[in-house]
Design a protein around this ligand. Structure first.
Ligand SMILES: [Zn+2]
Length: 250
């Protein structure tokens, strides 16, 4: 059996994932539906946050969607597929992740040859490792993956949740950045996370801890965990202000 551990990639680039987004993000209350990413109006699709693809079938009933224009919606399918592959490949994922891998990733992504280049890079980077897990020492395979598509998905998701929870915030005035959290150290953050409001979608598939508050408008750190394993934070702040977390802790 092939098992994986994630590891950061040396060609990891912190180029802004949000650079491609339009600045027309100001929320105009009372107007009709507008795309939550580019602000355009007109015919809308529904974008799922987090991406629907991370949920094994049958889908949970409490999926969250945001109005999204067709152009934006069509622009991130490859990112979502890459994201789904990565977060269901972690060695200590729950059964939901294993099911997703067997039910969706293997037949749809791997066998059909989608995101072929990215997958072959991931395979080429694989190396055997011994891992300290809560279940003891486990033999696994470490692989490298690109940060940028992961960041784009997570920033997009954060924009959606932020829009839902804090519609008064003009997101064009914010910077966003993602940081991975080492999966085996996530439990150490339990005390911090327990003090934050949180919600889950699809049981163990997705949990979000919300570190944004109204009296600190524009500042926030959102923590995400997928299949109780792959974990990331997304931080946002008003442009021209300091990040809350120093760079070296990321
Ligand atoms: Zn759009």
């Amino acid at each position: 059996m092939r098992v994986f551990r994630s590891r950061l990639v040396s060609r990891f680039s912190w180029r802004r994932a949000s650079a491609g987004y339009s600045r027309q993000m100001a929320k105009v209350p009372g107007k009709g539906e507008e795309c939550y990413l580019c602000g355009s109006e007109g015919e809308m699709t529904k974008d799922h946050i987090p991406p629907r693809g991370i949920f094994p079938r049958p889908l949970p009933s409490n999926l969250v969607t945001m109005p999204c224009c067709l152009k934006c919606n069509q622009s991130f399918h490859a990112d979502d597929e890459y994201f789904r592959t990565v977060v269901s490949a972690f060695i200590d994922r729950t059964n939901s992740g294993k099911t997703l891998w067997d039910q969706r990733v293997v037949p749809n992504t791997i066998k059909r040859g989608r995101i072929k280049k990215a997958l072959s890079e991931m395979r080429a980077s694989a190396e055997p490792v011994i891992l300290p897990t809560s279940a003891g020492w486990v033999q696994g395979v470490a692989f490298e993956y690109h940060a940028l598509p992961i960041e784009r998905v997570l920033v997009r998701m954060t924009r959606g949740f932020l829009r839902k929870k804090f519609p008064e915030i003009d997101q064009s005035l914010l910077d966003f950045r993602m940081a991975p959290i080492v999966q085996f150290r996530f439990d150490e953050m339990a005390e911090l996370l327990n003090q934050m409001p949180s919600f889950s979608i699809g049981g163990e598939v997705f949990t979000c801890w919300v570190g944004a508050v109204r009296d600190k408008l524009g500042f926030g750190i959102w923590f995400y965990q997928f299949h109780r394993s792959a974990a990331y934070s997304v931080e946002h702040k008003p442009k021209h202000s300091e990040w809350l977390l120093p760079r070296e802790t990321r």
